[in-house]
Design a binder for this molecule. Structure first.
Ligand code: NAD
Length: 310
């Protein structure tokens, strides 16, 4: 196997002491620090919007039922919005809410001029058609970037509102100066919300992209080839550290509870960090980046909808 080919510029302004390294020597891709930087930029754009329009950008967050993990995410999204100067509209519906009522709420939010972004927390309760609900969101207010129109625009190289986690991977890579064009990038996971849009983002960034899923024949060989790896499977420590190509950049999207109750990613972190050139921690990697990109999308949506130059 040839040596590592990932190239990076200097890691800017995150810390005067330079990037933090793991015990294994990999640069830790500090999602928390980069997310704080993104949120600060969002806050100043939100303030400029408010000064010009006499109202803050508005984000409606819809939760149906009380799934405990969803409730944590929703609380976090609402408080982060407020801190960034985005008005948060909370819509908490009981688990028994029928699809018709959810669709009626989405329709009302689509027509509410104070609302620039609509986020529907997934998963929706069993019996509700998730695709029908997501398709009902006005694409101009689709801050999750899950609407087929926004996914389609990304596929056609003209992104508008971009899915937050994949967009967060790209933003984090940019912050650390990782040169993506030409890189051999592998995405493990092919879901509509992470794996697929991740592949489209990497393609847009001119990487050479492979997508792995349950139909992949030799996952190990695919991972071993990857100069940049994104893991989005949802299984604790699913990718053994010794599969990581020396010098690779590893982005671990997975958020799982280990047997001992710890939050862990999809990649076996300690062993991977001995081989990787760059690696995201879990927690503190793509979790905070995802929320930051959501806020960024909400402000973008406000500017785009009102025809204000972004
Ligand atoms: P998903 O279950 O919808 O998709 C998982 C994907 O993994 C599927 O495409 C499947 O084909 C693939 N897969 C499963 N087993 C495999 C195997 N043995 N070999 C190869 N591929 C396999 O999950 P998702 O919604 O894409 O989320 C993935 C993970 O990312 C979860 O842990 C989730 O919690 C996490 N997540 C994190 C954030 C964040 O903010 N950091 C955001 C979204 C999702």
């Amino acid at each position: 196997m040839s040596g590592p080919t990932v190239k990076a510029g200097a890691s800017p302004a995150l810390s005067p002491a330079g990037p933090v390294r793991t015990a294994g020597g990999a640069v830790l891709l500090d999602g928390k620090a980069v997310a704080a930087k993104v949120r600060a930029a969002v806050a100043s754009r939100a303030a400029a919007f408010a000064a010009r329009h006499g109202r803050r950008p508005g984000l409606a967050v819809v939760q149906v039922g009380e799934d405990p993990a969803s409730s944590v995410y929703v609380r976090n999204k609402r408080s982060s919005s407020q801190e960034a100067g985005i008005e948060s509209f909370a819509h908490d519906l009981p688990v028994s809410t029928g699809e018709g009522r959810i669709l009626a709420l989405i329709n009302a939010l689509n027509h509410d001029e104070r609302v620039d972004g609509i986020l529907v927390q997934l998963p929706l309760p069993a019996g509700v058609d998730t695709n029908r609900v997501m398709d009902a969101v006005d694409p101009a207010k689709d801050v999750d970037g899950f609407h087929p129109v926004n996914t389609g625009l990304l596929a056609q190289k003209r992104p508008r509102l971009r899915p937050c986690t994949p967009f967060g991977v790209i933003r984090l890579a940019q912050e650390y100066g990782l040169a993506l064009p030409g890189l051999r990038a592998t995405v493990v996971g092919a879901s509509n919300i992470v794996g697929r849009p991740m592949a489209l983002e990497l393609l847009l960034a001119r990487a050479t992209v492979t997508v792995c899923h349950t139909g992949t024949r030799d996952l190990r060989a695919e991972v071993e080839r990857a100069e940049l790896l994104v893991a989005a499977v949802g299984k604790a420590g699913f990718i053994p550290g010794d599969w990581i190509r020396p010098g690779a950049a590893v982005f671990d999207v997975g958020i799982n509870r280990s047997a001992s109750g710890k939050l862990v990613g999809d990649v076996e972190f300690e062993r991977a960090a001995e081989r990787a050139g760059w690696i995201t921690p879990v927690p503190g990697g793509l979790g905070p980046m995802t929320i930051a990109m959501l806020l960024s999308n909400a402000v973008d949506a406000a500017y785009l909808r009102t025809g204000t130059p972004v």
